[in-house]
Structure formats: structure tokens, C-alpha cells
Design a protein around this ligand. Structure first.
Ligand code: KG4
Ligand code: ZN
Length: 359
């Protein structure tokens, strides 16, 4: 009998998350964002690991309590094994292995990016294949053609900062607390005048690629020219800060849409599926929806709580892997720099009927 009750654990960065999946559906989900990093303006790896150690067990207890289950009811344990902060990953993976071993149930090491890529299925059910996936988060900005689990065609990626990283860095200049994405997004959305104009970068010789460091520099120069530096970033009024935020979101939106367009035209995709913390931006969701509507492309974006890091997306990959008879060895190590895994040779094209034809 295949395991039906799967515990998912996510500790790759500054969110400590656990979720319980029953028959592939989220039964309970608990995510704690480690606010302690706020005063440092970025995630402090050592503090993140220690906080995961303290927060993980309560998160697991909470999802068991929410579903009236006991530890002994867990039939498989999945945990993020990369990419992410090495110490933070080790906390989750060691915990998962120990628990799986003590319960004598399968352990699954899950790739964090793969979790994001398929998280929409938790809400929307099976996605049409092939789809164009886009992950926009604090650590990644990439597009990928998805032909099935582990069957990925890497298309575009950022040549420097990730979109979320840009938000967090310019957010710091503007005096927003870390992580800044949600606050920047909220202010940009509330702005109704003419946003500040910032350049949109294209990567020479890589139409599928992204680059956000030029925008970061442009924002810095814009602020330096006009404002003094205070204890908490540049000294800027709320109204002016909002105009800058709207300009940043508009520029990022244009760059992401341009990369999406280029990636979409590489194959006959049946949908665009977005995920990652930045995909929870209401400003960007509105731009993506307009673009998809103009082009007549089905667009799927999970709700914000499934875009940001969560345990359900990790448990879900565990569930899919178990369905195909796959489990991880107990000596699996964490891989802080892991890319998207490829389980089998990529079938370049899959017809809507689902038959792969390799290229
Ligand atoms: O996927 P995620 O939770 O963690 C990583 O895997 O990186 O993404 C975190 C990133 C941060 O950079 C954060 O500022 C950004 O997502 N973010 C947002 C929003 N919520 C989180 N960016 C824009 N708008 C939001 N509402
Ligand atoms: Zn993530």
C-alpha cells in the first residue's frame, strides 16, 4: 500500500514550515516566518538554523493536532534538501530522516524549486502538459518548460539578482523592513499617479534571460541624487516612496513579462504556471493576468500562501514521487546549490495527448 499520510518539511531559508498531506490534498499547513532577521536587513544563516531547531517541532505538532492525528499516523516524511542555506537545510533533513527512521517509513529529499514549480497542483489539480513554469522568488528567477515530473527544459534564468532579491535590496534603501517585497507591492498598488521611470534591462544574446542589477543601481542613483541617507535608508516621504515603489514594480513587471513572452514562444505550451514568493505580488499578478488575456494563454498562479515557501509543496512532491515508486536513501545529503533535478532524459515535446517524442 502506498503511503497516504505524508509530512512535508521546509526549512531552506527563513520560513519554518510543516504540512500534512492526505491522499495528495493539504490537510494541515503551518508556516512560521522568522522575523528575527528583520533587524539585520537579510537572513542570518546561523540564526536561521537555530530558529528552525526551535520552531520545527511545534510546527509538526500543530499540523498533527489540526488533523487529530498522532506521530505514528505519519506514513512518509518529505523534506527540502536543496537549494538553500546549508545549516537550515540540515535541520529539516536531519529531523525528517530521524522521524522516518524511527517510524520505519520512507524518507524523501525534495528539491525546493521543484516544490514551487508544482505547487499550483495543490489548488488546481493536475496541470496540463507541457506547461511553461516560472519561478520568481528571493533566490531564483527562471523559466522552464515542464513535460512531467523531473522532465524539465531549462529556458531562462537571471544573470545576476533574483527578482525578490532586488525587492529586498531596494526595499532596504527605501526604509522598508526585510523582506520588503510585500510592502513594496502594497505601496506600488496603492499609487495612482505617474510612477518614477526606471530602465528595463535586456540581456544581450540571451532573450530568455533576466537581469535586475541594473535596476537596483538605477534606483540607488535616483535616490542618491535626491535624498539624504538616514539611519533607516534614504530619508524620503511616504508619497515619494510610493511613486518609486510603483516605478520599480512596473519595471520588474515589464521585464518578467518580456522574459515570459520569449519563453512561451519556444514551444507549444498549454498554460503558464507561476510560483515563488514574488508571484504573490498583487501588482505583478494583475500584469501577468493582462498579458495572458491579451495573448489568450491560460495562466495559473496559486494563492499567495502557496507561492511563498510552504511545507505543502514539499509534501506534494513527496506524494508524486511515491506514486511513481521513488524514495530517497537515508544517506542523501543536502545540496545548497541544487538546480532543478532531471529524473529522466528530457522528452523535448509532448503532444497534448501526452506521448513524448524525444529530440
Ligand atoms: O519563495 P520565497 O518565499 O522564498 C524563496 O525561495 O526565496 O520568496 C521570498 C521572496 C522575498 O524576496 C520577498 O520579498 C518576496 O518573495 N515576496 C514578495 C511578496 N511576498 C513575498 N514580493 C512581491 N510581492 C509580494 N507580495
Ligand atoms: Zn522558495
Amino acid at each position: 500500500m502506498k503511503p497516504r499520510v505524508i509530512l512535508g518539511i521546509e526549512t531552506s531559508c527563513d520560513e519554518t514550515a510543516a504540512a500534512l498531506l492526505v491522499d495528495g490534498k493539504t490537510a494541515a499547513d503551518r508556516t512560521t516566518t522568522q522575523l528575527l532577521h528583520e533587524k539585520y536587513g537579510g537572513v542570518v544563516p546561523e540564526l536561521a538554523s537555530r530558529a528552525h531547531e526551535q520552531l520545527l517541532m511545534p510546527a509538526v505538532e500543530a499540523v498533527l493536532k489540526d488533523t487529530d492525528r498522532e506521530v505514528a499516523d505519519i506514513e512518509a516524511v518529505a523534506a527540502t534538501c536543496g537549494p538553500g542555506l546549508v545549516g537550515a537545510l540540515l535541520v529539516g533533513v536531519s529531523f525528517a530522516k530521524g522521524l522516518a527512521k524511527s517510524l520505519n517509513v520512507p524518507f524523501l529529499g525534495v528539491n525546493h524549486l521543484e516544490g514551487h514549480l508544482w505547487s499550483a497542483e495543490l489548488i488546481h489539480g493536475r496541470l496540463p502538459l507541457p506547461f511553461l513554469g516560472m519561478i520568481v522568488s528571493g533566490g531564483h528567477t527562471l523559466t522552464v518548460g515542464v513535460n512531467g515530473l523531473g522532465q524539465y527544459v531549462k529556458l531562462g534564468t537571471t544573470h545576476d539578482d533574483a527578482a525578490g532579491e532586488l525587492f529586498d535590496k531596494v526595499g532596504r534603501m527605501l526604509g522598508y523592513a526585510f523582506p520588503a517585497g510585500a510592502a513594496l507591492d502594497r505601496d506600488a498598488l496603492s499609487f495612482s499617479g505617474k510612477p518614477v521611470q526606471f530602465p528595463r534591462a535586456r540581456v544581450r544574446d540571451d532573450p530568455l534571460g533576466f537581469s535586475f542589477s541594473g535596476l537596483k543601481t538605477a534606483v540607488l542613483y535616483y535616490l542618491r541624487k535626491r535624498y539624504e541617507v538616514g539611519a533607516n535608508g534614504f530619508v524620503i516621504s511616504h508619497a515619494e516612496r510610493t511613486a518609486v515603489s510603483a516605478g520599480i514594480l512596473a519595471a520588474v513587471s515589464d521585464m518578467l513579462v518580456s522574459g515570459l513572452t520569449a519563453a512561451y514562444d519556444t514551444d507549444k505550451y498549454r498554460a503558464m504556471v507561476l510560483s515563488g514568493g514574488v508571484a504573490s505580488s498583487a501588482f505583478l499578478r494583475r500584469s501577468f493576468a493582462r498579458f495572458a488575456e491579451d495573448r489568450g494563454i491560460p495562466l495559473i498562479i496559486p494563492p499567495p500562501e502557496f507561492c511563498t515557501d510552504n511545507g505543502a509543496m514539499i509534501a506534494y512532491i513527496g506524494y508524486l514521487r511515491i506514486q511513481s515508486g521513488d524514495v530517497s536513501p537515508f544517506d542523501l545529503t543536502v545540496d545548497p546549490a541544487a538546480g532543478l533535478p532531471t529524473l529522466s532524459p528530457v522528452a523535448r515535446h509532448i503532444s497534448p495527448g501526452g506521448t513524448g517524442e524525444g529530440s
